[in-house]
Design a protein around this ligand. Structure first.
Ligand code: ADP
Ligand code: MG
Length: 568
């Protein structure tokens, strides 16, 4: 068994003390602790469960700063909820790890984890020991994962229509079906443009959310798109001098501020008479002229600078027809270096014909209210950029996130080249298999294996309920069909009947299900192992329990892992 100790206790240990401070703590032990932990995780899982599938309901999340986000995605919901209960946090972690690993299936993982805990609760009440449940679950997980492998359907990686349908299955429910198809088509098109066999290098892909327009205005660009609106650069001020496009463009990348270097000696100079001031000014001017001249001599058309560029220099560059972009992000600089074959230099002096890069075509374009610079590549398809649109910044961001998931899933299908039937078909099939396996076990673990099977059935049951069907009747019908050997029959959520998911093209990558089962099992097991909850006194240091959140740009909170979970 393990104890769960809240974070300020852990902090003390981190600081090198071997002494556990156990005074002034609330402590819950044994069955009470277990019951409380299960209840907390279960209730959160229940909230997320109802979003499962294309007909799943949306949740509205209201941030502490009043921002409202409506989403259907399990991972985003949990990520944005301000969860403080330590066990509920484990559930959040399960969703995050699922999302990070495969980009889809987080609602399924959370639903399964909740169902495993609920089933465990009944077994605990019947007097089954937690370790028996854990062992039974472990065996069931192994058998289910083995069986999963046996029920895969091969994918032809050259069949783009099939890939589009796999991508669409992953994102249906986030939007209407048409939009899901549109996004999936965009993903497949982008991937096929940069694909080198099945090894797609995602570094050759840029995803950019651009507020304004609707999802269907999202497009794919051949080349690298840099959002210059997000930097503090205002090109417009200098725009009259600058062309909109550059052909056979030369690109320079700089890692230093493009400004007058103020050596200490210069900064401390006391200017006592007008002639000295003139000297200083003319010195500064000559430095600026030199920098601009150097860039012009090298034939540079566009200079990207990681740091800031002095206004005076920018204006001089603009007059020389050179587009200067400051505060370019590190990841963008890396992509620029890759796409143009330029080297990042620390100063203008260090630039040379060998270290500047080339692009066949560079274009400034305004999309919505965002200013973009699009750099084409010498080899078509060497880099693609997705411009993802949405009415507001949040919607555009959400579109970007969903496309990311869609791409991840298609890539999985490309790499693993195997899928499993969705719509609860695979879960029912695994449950069916586990029940027959359980009957051969013959110990108390059998009960846990059957409970695992019941938990898997929550997926088709939830999908049925969301389609307005009676979940119990649906499960009975489904079991009958699977008993007749129709292992790919699942819930057709569009008309609330049963259908072969293969013919309906509801297919999901094998890896999504593998991870969902593994993550749910791990999360549930971890909670079941805890029989002791010790809440240490609240300390006033800034690392206290209330501070283990990061604020992201949305102003909402990200949850972190569970630094307070330790073994004993
Ligand atoms: P997750 O976060 O687990 O991916 P989703 O809300 O995306 O959750 O729902 C996924 C579930 O919905 C999977 O079981 C999948 O097979 C099912 N599903 C997706 N599209 C369909 C469909 N058209 N018909 C039936 N089930 C579907
Ligand atoms: Mg999904």
């Amino acid at each position: 068994m393990r104890a769960l100790i809240r974070d300020d206790m852990t902090q003390r240990r981190k600081r090198g003390s071997n002494l556990w401070v156990t005074h002034e703590v609330d402590r819950t032990e044994g069955a009470t602790a277990q019951a409380a932990n299960i209840a907390a995780a279960k209730s959160l899982a229940e909230t997320v469960r109802t979003t499962l599938g294309p007909n799943g309901m949306d949740k509205m999340i209201i941030g502490s700063n009043g921002t409202v986000i409506v989403t259907n995605d399990g991972a985003s919901i949990l990520d944005r909820m301000d969860v403080t209960d330590p066990t509920a946090k484990m559930l959040v972690e399960t969703a995050q790890s699922q999302n990070n690993a495969v980009g889809d299936g987080s609602t399924t993982a959370v639903t399964l984890m909740g169902a495993l805990l609920e089933a465990a609760e009944d077994l605990l009440e019947m007097g089954v020991h937690p370790t028996t449940i854990i062992e039974g679950y472990r065996k069931a997980g192994e058998v289910a994962l083995d069986r999963l492998q046996a029920e895969t359907i091969d994918v032809d990686p050259t069949d783009e229509a099939e890939l589009r349908r796999i991508g669409a299955t992953a994102v249906t429910g986030k939007w209407d079906n048409e939009s899901a198809r549109y996004l999936s088509e965009l993903a497949v098109r982008g991937l096929s443009e940069i694909a080198g066999g099945d090894a797609v290098d995602v570094r050759n892909m840029t995803l950019q959310s651009v507020p304004g327009g609707s999802l269907r205005d999202s497009t794919l660009l051949d080349g690298l798109s840099i959002d210059v609106g997000s930097s503090s650069t205002s090109i417009e001020v200098f725009a009259p001098h600058l062309p909109d496009t550059y052909e056979s463009a030369t690109v320079a990348l700089l890692d230093a501020e493009l400004t007058i270097e103020k050596a200490d000696a210069v900064a401390n100079t006391t200017v006592s008479d007008p002639s000295q001031l003139r000297d200083l000014q003319s010195y500064e001017e000559s430095v600026r002229i030199e920098a601009v001249q150097k860039l012009a001599d090298l034939g540079v058309d566009v200079v990207f600078c990681q740091k800031s560029i002095d206004d005076e220099i920018r204006s001089r560059l603009a007059r020389a027809g050179i587009l200067a972009i400051e505060r370019t992000r590190q990841d963008e600089i890396n992509k620029l270096a890759h796409v143009t074959d330029a080297a990042l230099e620390r100063s203008v002096d260090a630039l040379s014909p060998a270290t500047v890069g080339q692009a066949p075509h560079i274009e400034r374009r305004t999309v919505g209210s965002t200013e973009l610079v699009i750099i084409s590549t010498a080899i078509s398809g060497a880099h693609v950029s997705f411009l993802l649109r949405g009415g507001t910044e949040h919607v555009a961001e959400e579109t970007k996130r969903v496309l990311k998931d869609c791409i991840a899933v298609i890539q999985l299908a490309l790499q693993g080249q195997a899928v499993v039937p969705g719509g609860g078909a695979i879960e029912l099939s695994l449950a069916y298999h586990l029940n027959s396996y359980a009957s051969q076990v013959g110990t108390r673990e059998q009960l846990a294996i059957e409970a695992f099977a019941d938990a898997l059935e929550t997926v088709p049951a939830t999908l049925a309920a969301s389609a307005g069907c009676d979940p119990v009747d649906t499960l009975i019908d489904l079991r009958a069909r699977h008993h007749q050997g129709e292992m790919t029959v699942g819930v057709d959520v569009t008309n609330g009947t049963l259908a072969d998911m293969r013919t309906k093209d509801v297919l999901e990558p094998l890896a999504v299900k593998q991870y969902a089962i593994r993550n749910a099992l791990e999360g549930a097991t971890m909670i079941l192992r805890v029989d002791d909850v010790i809440a240490a006194e609240q300390t006033t240091n800034s690392h206290g329990h209330d501070h283990d959140h990061d604020h992201d740009h949305t102003g909402l909170q990200h949850t972190e892992g569970y630094p307070w979970a330790i073994g004993h």
